[in-house]
Design a binder for this molecule. Sequence first.
Ligand SMILES: [Fe+2]
Length: 290
Amino acid sequence: MNHRLELGYLVLEVPEPDTLSTTFADVVGLVPGEPTASGAPTWRNDGRAQRLVVEAGSANDAVAVGFEAVDADAFDQAVARVGATEDADLASARRVGRLARATAPWGTAVEVVLDLADAPTPFSSDLVPGGFLTDGVGFGHVVFATTAFDESLSFLTDGLGFEQSDWLEMELAPGLTLEVRFLHCNARHHTVALARAPFDLPQVLHHVMFEMNERDDVGAAFDRLWATDLGIPNGLGRHDNDGMFSFYLQTPAGFQVEVGHGARVITDGWDDNRAYDAISAWGHQPLRQA
Ligand SMILES: [Fe+2]
């Protein structure tokens, strides 16, 4: 299994960053990191300085995704293949040692980075006593929906060196097929998934996923979600391909957050790259509109 990159961080841009605090702090159980120099709130799910950065602005979407290289060699190779430009000032703002930036075909910036700093304090979340699964697999996964599907797939595989884990082809309605490609760059079943959008959607980010170490912590997070008035596009269920036990909430910004536990891992000699025709083995019913 080819382990060269991990999901380092995600930069969101929404008109009012504080509107996401209930979701991240009170439901998911993330803890605040130090705000950025420009005052943007940040969030942690492990010992690193920041895993989410929430900037104020009009995009109302993900605007950058950071992939942390495991070493300088992996950094140099990814940077050369995608033609990214090194930016020392932005590296300091993102709390990384080195950073090079390119624009992905799906429209967000991609930042290949090295040495994401540790936070000044160890990670501990009162709401998630078992903590989050991040060691060696990055902070979670992200799913983008794009009309520039083929170019995006090639950018991830030929450029960043991702490999396909499996894919989903599911007929949603006559003539309307959902296609999603699941891609790994370490043992996490997918660090990025790409959905083929039939037309340009208002947001490229479909969801960001946080994986908890304990199944009961997912249940407790679902109880906290139930007590809010946030939308629940998918209640508890289990995905067919990665086996993740999870639920989805809709943030006030529109994009979703998946909270899960127990996904399959990619092992050496992975030979289960095949088509699935269902998203879920069970569950994941739409429960509540915002
Ligand atoms: Fe997901």
